[in-house]
Design a protein around this ligand. Structure first.
Ligand SMILES: [Zn+2]
Length: 377
């Protein structure tokens, strides 16, 4: 199977959905073949049940596989979950779960299609390509540039001043980080954030209220999109300009199940079960992450998203497990609409500036407006 470049991915996302679904099937089959042959945990599981990869040609067969949860994965040595073909010296730096629900998991991700998803995000919000994107993550690293696009991971150990200085150097079009880091940046540099001239800012890794994202936008001067991700998964859901949350199925395919592991109907809340499709190193298959949510009853979206039809959430319809609940923080009061002033943990008092609201998004070169154009003016 050919790996599409970002432009081809974008065509898959924005086509009629048929080719995208076919691509998901191919990815799934490839992933099953890989884990059966090379990941000891899944190799043993398949052998014990007498299964072969041939029985899992399309994503429709996913439900036949057992669900694994965090406790089961925590009980395995990390090596049993990793593709044994890969040279350990070639692995990227690991990341870790927070450890709020048991011992932290050591995780490795290849993030094969990450750049393509940033391409989608950039184009969806009216930005041009090529672009530069930055994500706050466990360690400094950069993905190999593709199609002229760059994605830099910046260590979360940087101080806020160092982080801001590095962002000014990189001149990114998109930046993704947790809301607590955005709060610290606002506290430290305030309106200077607008100097970044971002197309779109992403918040990920913790819950945020729409009012808080709107608040961030007043400093950034750009839309602030909600992203759902997890260390086990990488990016998984993005908020489109129409305010709906769409699953990036080529990264992680989502099922939602009840307490007996049966699929629930749209609109019914259940457990999120994820299957990694773009992680060659340590892929989880049917991984119950501990979060709950519901597919939206209304699947079509004004933005034209054509991903697998059952894979979009109503905005803010996901209840996250303890790992991602907002940390106790002085500025959590920011989530209260109408608040004009707050006192930070360090004791300083900050007032909301009088700034134009989110609608005053700076106009940048927009090479493609057909997808979301009604929603970005
Ligand atoms: Zn949408």
């Amino acid at each position: 199977m050919m790996t599409p470049n970002s432009r081809q991915f974008y065509d898959l996302f924005t086509g009629d959905g048929t080719a995208y679904r076919q691509f998901i099937d191919e990815l799934f089959n490839q992933r099953v073949q890989s884990v059966v042959c090379h990941v000891p945990f899944y190799r043993d599981l398949f052998a014990a049940r007498g299964w072969t990869a041939a029985g899992f040609a399309t994503i429709a067969s996913l439900h036949k596989l057992p669900i694994v949860d965090r406790e089961l994965v925590q009980a395995q040595p990390t090596e049993r979950m990793i593709n044994a073909v890969l040279d350990p010296a070639s692995l990227p730096p690991p990341s870790y779960t927070s450890g709020t629900s048991g011992p932290p998991l050591k995780l490795y991700t290849s993030r094969d299609f990450y750049l393509a998803s940033f391409y989608l995000l950039q184009r969806s919000y009216g930005g041009a390509v090529p672009f530069v994107a930055a994500c706050v993550s466990d360690a400094d690293r950069a993905l190999p540039p593709a199609d002229g696009c760059q994605l830099h991971f910046l260590s979360r150990n940087r101080t806020t001043a160092e982080l801001f200085a590095r962002l000014l150097e990189l001149k990114p079009d998109l930046v993704m980080m947790r809301p607590d880091r955005w709060r610290l940046l606002i506290e430290e540099v305030g309106g200077e954030l607008a100097r970044l001239r971002l197309v779109v800012a992403g918040v990920s890794g913790m819950m945020t209220a729409p009012s808080e994202r709107a608040y961030f936008a007043t400093f950034l001067g750009c839309p602030v999109a909600n992203m759902y991700g997890a260390n086990e998964l990488g990016g998984a859901i993005f908020e489109c300009p129409a305010g709906r949350e769409h699953v990036l199925a080529h990264h992680n395919f989502l099922e939602i199940v009840d307490d007996d592991d049966r699929a629930v109907a749209p609109g019914v809340t259940g457990h999120l079960v994820w299957t990694s499709l773009d992680n060659r190193i340590m892929p989880f298959v049917r991984y119950k992450i501990g979060d709950t949510g519901a597919f939206a009853a209304e699947q079509s979206c004004r933005c034209g998203w054509q991903g697998p039809g059952t894979l979009s959430f109503a905005a803010n319809d996901i209840a996250l497990s303890d790992r991602e609940k907002p940390a106790s923080h002085g500025q959590s009061a920011l989530t209260r609409p109408g608040l004009r002033q707050w006192t930070s943990k360090s004791g300083g008092t900050t007032s909301l500036p009088s700034r134009p609201a989110i609608a005053a998004v700076r106009s940048r070169d927009r090479i493609s407006r057909h997808l979301f154009s009604p929603f970005i003016d």
